[in-house]
Design a protein around this ligand. Structure first.
Ligand code: 13P
Ligand code: SF4
Length: 357
């Protein structure tokens, strides 16, 4: 990093003191993580944001949907700042609120809406979370998706019953959790494609389904393939393959372990010296894990470089610019969620925070 910028960042951070709280997602660059007061996955960061009422400014080093959730969970007097407004998420963009409203109408027409609970992944816009709150559902993250799904199925007769979950926007997290953690089958899952009439599904398919999966995915985790897993095993027969549940079902079932970024970090921390790992998640995190565990072999699952380009938009220049704007009393890039959406999104977020475990 540019030493002048590091100096400016230190000066601005010191000038802000406890007035500011800096959150950093695990996929952020090292130069940004160096200034984070706390790092975490999206679940931990949502909880941390809600637990800092004394901070006037919450600087969110992550992507737009996370900053929106922080704005919803913080008090009115607190300001949430996203250092680069272009730090979006291609997965969140795959579910627009109009499409979701139309999809619900399809479920109503098929006679299944009363028997369906929406569950939305954190990686969605505030409007989708608000839709979920209005329809009695919950938000989830990759660390609690199994608990959220069980809770949702309990509302409509249990996992063994006939009720359904509409899971948005990540089809892979939904499918992987339903099949691997809840014991549903691949045949219980259908994919709702918002670009096709009636989602590309017949009324009978909708009636028979247990998991209605939105056709969305993560452009970073979606790149890993079963071939990558086979190659990792061929290169090192002792390797343990550890992947994020946003990977495809094929990859997750070929891997040895699956879990959220927080799970991946804890697993590496607990691993014995000399053990060998191939990790399928975002590259900033994998490189940091390799640096932090020189006594273990930590490899990246793919041979092509795969950062999350929008996470990477938050860099030191943007962080310095955002912090200096706060010091100067002219905050930039404030994230403010529409109050009506914020109310209902909070219902769905609070439901997530109240889930057991
Ligand atoms: P978690 O932080 O919940 O592991 O999610 C990963 C991710 O893709 C965040 O954008
Ligand atoms: Fe979105 Fe995937 Fe990037 Fe996470 S890693 S912000 S889900 S594109």
């Amino acid at each position: 990093s540019d030493p002048d910028l590091v100096e400016r960042a230190r000066a601005a951070r010191a000038a802000l003191g406890p007035r500011a709280f800096v959150l950093g997602h695990h996929y952020q660059r090292d130069e940004v993580i160096a200034f984070a007061d706390v790092t975490g996955d999206s679940f931990k960061l949502a909880r941390e944001a809600a637990a800092r009422p004394e901070a006037e400014f919450v600087l969110f080093c992550g992507v737009h949907f996370m900053a929106e959730s922080a704005d919803i969970l913080t008090a009115d007097h607190q300001q949430v700042v996203l250092p680069d407004l272009a730090a979006g998420c291609s997965m969140a963009d795959m579910a627009a609120i109009d499409q979701v409203e139309d999809a619900w109408d399809v479920l109503v027409d098929a006679g299944v809406a009363d028997d369906t609970v929406p569950v939305t992944y954190m990686n969605s816009t505030a409007a989708i979370k608000a839709f979920t709150g209005r329809h009695g559902g919950t938000v989830c993250t990759s660390s609690n998706a199994h608990v959220a799904l069980r809770w949702a199925f309990e509302k409509v007769g249990g996992v063994e019953g006939t009720g359904k979950v509409l899971f948005m926007p990540d089809q892979h997290l939904g499918r992987n959790t339903a099949v691997l953690a809840l014991g549903l089958t691949l045949d219980d899952c259908v994919v709702f494609d918002p670009r096709r009439p009636n989602g590309g599904l017949t009324v009978q398919q909708l009636r028979d389904a247990r998991m209605i999966l939105w056709r969305g995915h993560c452009s970073v985790h979606g790149r890993f393939s079963a071939r990558n897993v086979a190659d990792a095993r061929a290169a090192d027969p002792d390797v343990t393959v550890l992947v994020h549940p946003e990977c495809t079902h094929e990859v997750v079932t070929a891997a040895d372990l699956v879990g959220s970024t927080e799970f991946i970090i804890k697993t590496l921390d607990a691993a014995p010296a000399g053990s060998s790992w191939s990790i399928g998640t975002e590259l900033n995190l994998v490189r940091r894990l390799a640096d932090q565990h020189p006594d273990k072999r930590v490899a990246y699952l793919d041979d092509t470089v795969c950062f999350c380009s929008t996470m990477n938009r938050i860099d030191l220049p943007h962080l310095v610019w955002a912090m200096e704007s706060l010091v100067a009393g002219r905050p930039v890039n404030r994230i403010v969620v529409d109050p009506e959406d914020a109310h209902w999104a909070r219902v769905a977020l609070d439901q997530m925070l109240a889930l057991p475990g």
